[in-house]
Design a protein around this ligand. Sequence first.
Ligand SMILES: Cc1cc2nc3c(=O)[nH]c(=O)nc-3n(C[C@H](O)[C@H](O)[C@H](O)COP(=O)(O)OP(=O)(O)OC[C@H]3O[C@@H](n4cnc5c(N)ncnc54)[C@H](O)[C@@H]3O)c2cc1C
Length: 382
Amino acid sequence: MQLAYSKEDEGFRATLREWLERELPALPPMPARDAWADRRKWDTDWQRRLFDAGYAGLHWPTEYGGRGASPTEQLIFYEETTRARAPYVGVNFVGTLHAGPTLIEEGTDAQKAEHLPKILRGEEVWCQGFSEPGAGSDLASLRTRAERDGDDYVLNGQKIWCSFGQIADVGEFLVRTDPDAPKHKGISWLILPMDTPGIEIRPLKTVIGSSEFSEVFLTDVRVPVANRVGAENDGWRVTNVTLKYERGTAFVSELVDAIRLAEDLAARMHEGGTAHLAETDLGRCIAEFDALWALTKRNVSQSARGITGAGAMVMKLAYTEARQRFGEVCLRELHRDALHVDDNEYVEERLRTLALTIAAGSSQIQRNIIGERVLGLPREPR
Ligand SMILES: Cc1cc2nc3c(=O)[nH]c(=O)nc-3n(C[C@H](O)[C@H](O)[C@H](O)COP(=O)(O)OP(=O)(O)OC[C@H]3O[C@@H](n4cnc5c(N)ncnc54)[C@H](O)[C@@H]3O)c2cc1C
């Protein structure tokens, strides 16, 4: 791979930087954490600005409205948006980073035409209804039933941990379409409009006091068969397409944010004359993030050539565990001061990152996957 930026890449960087300098001062202040309607508006407005400027769906093919950007342009985008403190992907996470890419690979022409432009323009927010109270790590044990009735499926069951469920327009939902088949063979992947009658959403409060996710109860919910992505009972294969994006490339902007926070903390330590404390633990965190950034460059370069290498499989595990160690270092280095700086950003960092080694597949499950698929160790009994 070529790691040096070309003249064209630097031109892309300069134009993007100029655009960010113009655009960011005009943004209204970020809404409060639990003001969900305002947060949705703020995040989708930003998505619309990206779209209008040609920066939405950077890695999506141009035929689906994306920019079809080269790997280096994608990396430059992450570097520049972080440097400029531009908004994070926010409530557009599911749509832009994994539901949209799944539709691009697996959806029908009608499904792509219906949803992809709206996702890119910030007009459609997606959520993910995969997990159930009895099906998290062992996702294929899911029990939400979808029974065929004419041109519809009728859904009954319960989902949990549905991020952005309370403000989403559409969900990517996994349902059991054949209860008699072996568990991985009886699942289908559905597009579920969240305003369909029979859906009840109950937000759950997290340790940081916000309702990031919800329980979703489904009672006789009718969904057109045309909303199925992939063949009936082939949903496990489609799920793996979604998870490839969710566990692979979706963490890149998070990593860039971690680097920003680590650099802020280092600067703070220097100002406070406690830099010597930082030289070991904080230094190690920054080095780890740096190594992950190098791995990201390699992963982005490989994925542009259709390769899912070992790097993409270890990224989620390595990044989330490094970020938790960083959360711990923040509190240790700042001690009681952590309670007073930047709206408790570092305390929140410590608490929020607890969830990272669980969300999108726990660390233990990631280790099982790496053991089996990368190292070729014997499979876990099923
Ligand atoms: C912040 C956050 C956001 C989320 N958002 C969504 C969302 O939008 N949509 C959605 O569908 N889900 C979402 N989830 C759910 C997430 O995918 C599950 O929490 C995760 O897959 C783990 O499942 P579980 O919570 O049922 O834990 P369990 O599967 O019950 O696991 C409990 C513990 O047992 C361990 N364990 C289980 N099986 C094995 C095994 N075979 N080998 C070794 N150890 C094992 C696990 O690692 C874990 O430590 C979210 C979770 C979090 C934390």
